[in-house]
Design a protein. Structure first.
Length: 201
């Protein structure tokens, strides 16, 4: 199963944002990596700005180039505003929904839970991180996995009310995907219109 396995702190510095959802990859260096990172003063081109936004979205959601291109193609063929639909498709990936439900502290952790068959959708085990969760689907923790320390530690004190498109049942350790999130409800700092412009070239 393909995924990015390179240095995460380096990517976060390159993009200038904490995109991995964990302080583990935070850094005090607020300039790009590399020998001349602190001395670069070149103006970024329009293409460079658009490309950076696409890279930010890819690394934030843990999606590789081909997967991202396929999602954009699907978004462009779906009724609605292409950029918003793209973010909705990214948000409805199973690994992201698991992350939003608080079962893992990072999307990488959520992806691992899915891959190791700890997550069920509508009562059935699903181990495909890219699985598209649909309206009304119930995403929960497998019965044999409910005692896992990593899940319970992540859930402790997690505020589920901040995501209006998910309804969480604490006793069942499961959440219902109510609907696709509105753009205003998606907290990621991504300028999706720049991504649309990049693919339109």
């Amino acid at each position: 199963m393909a995924r990015y396995t390179g240095p995460k702190t380096k990517i976060a510095r390159k993009l200038g944002e904490q995109i991995y959802g964990s302080d583990k990859y935070a850094t005090k260096k607020n300039y790009p990596p590399g020998q001349h990172g602190n001395n670069r003063k070149r103006k970024t081109s329009e293409y460079g700005t658009q490309l950076k936004e696409k890279q930010k979205a890819k690394y934030t959601y843990g999606v590789l180039e081909r997967q991202f291109a396929n999602l954009f193609d699907k978004a462009s063929r779906t009724k609605g505003i292409t950029g918003e639909v793209l973010l909705q498709l990214l948000e409805s990936r199973l690994d992201n929904v698991v992350y939003r439900l608080g079962f893992a502290r990072t999307r990488n952790g959520a992806r691992q839970l899915v891959s190791h068959k700890h997550i069920i959708v509508n009562g059935e085990v699903v181990n495909i991180p890219s699985y598209q969760v649909k309206q009304g689907d119930i995403v929960g923790v497998r019965e044999n996995s409910k005692a896992l320390e990593v899940i319970n530690d992540s859930l402790a004190g997690f505020n589920h009310s901040k995501y209006a498109w998910i309804e969480f049942d604490e006793s069942a350790k499961a959440g219902k995907f109510l609907h696709m999130p509105d753009r205003a409800d998606i907290p990621e700092n991504i300028k999706e219109q720049l991504i649309v412009e990049l693919y339109s070239k």
